[in-house]
Design a protein around this ligand. Structure first.
Ligand code: TMP
Length: 204
């Protein structure tokens, strides 16, 4: 049996990632593909508990600590959900993955970039997404959108400069991995974005 495809979705807060994930899920299900849809931090009982701790707490903490918790959740997620699903030939759609740690903990919060790389190698071994859809949006636009949609969580309350650094880090990753990461302009209409997604997915 051939290995399934590992697709991750990334984006600035407010870029509509959740809406696009749902659309993609339906699009792929309509093609009859066996799918596992999951998210980070989260995806396992431990991961969801860590997610709550990470997103709801107001306590300041070290970016290294945050990254270690993200990777602890990720290790469990890979071992018990992602790798078994891929091995069984299923496609895995994951809402955020390691590019988010580079973007938020390193870009946003200043953790050393190379330290993230060390943890990435340690936790993932050779596992990398086959395709990453990064929904790119200017921080000002993203913040305006999330404020309208719902109360901001801990990360969303951070300052606009933080989001500028997050975006720069995502774009750096996209520059380093042009084959894997597709940068999608999330400022456009839903119809335009869905047309682009459809086009991207044709070759998979
Ligand atoms: P989301 O479910 O809206 O994407 O929220 C998850 C939040 O967690 C988001 O603000 C980004 C943050 N996050 C990190 O800071 N580092 C990570 O490695 C991951 C996966 C998420």
């Amino acid at each position: 049996m051939s290995r399934g495809l590992f697709i991750t979705l990334e984006g600035m807060d407010g870029a509509g990632k959740t809406t696009h994930l749902e659309w993609l899920q339906h699009h792929l299900a309509a093609r009859g593909l066996p799918l596992v849809v999951t998210r980070e931090p989260g995806g396992t009982a431990l991961g969801e508990a860590l997610r709550q701790l990470l997103l709801d707490s107001h306590e300041p903490r070290q970016p290294d600590t945050e990254a270690l918790l993200m990777f602890a959740a990720r290790r469990e997620h890979i071992a018990t959900v992602i790798a078994p699903a891929l091995a069984a030939g299923k496609w895995v759609l994951c809402d955020r993955f390691t590019d988010a740690t580079y973007a938020y903990q390193s870009g946003g919060s200043g953790m050393d970039w190379e330290r993230v790389a060390v943890l990435e190698n340690w936790v993932q071994g050779g596992l990398q997404p086959d395709l990453t859809l990064y929904f790119d949006l200017e921080p000002e636009v993203g913040r305006a959108r999330t404020r309208q949609a719902r109360a901001p969580d801990r990360f969303e309350r951070e300052q606009i400069d933080f989001y500028r650094r997050v975006r720069a880090a995502y774009l750096r990753r996209a520059h380093e991995y042009p084959e894997r990461i597709r940068v999608i302009d999330a400022a456009r209409t839903l119809a335009e974005i869905q047309a682009e997604l459809e086009n991207i997915m044709i070759k998979y």
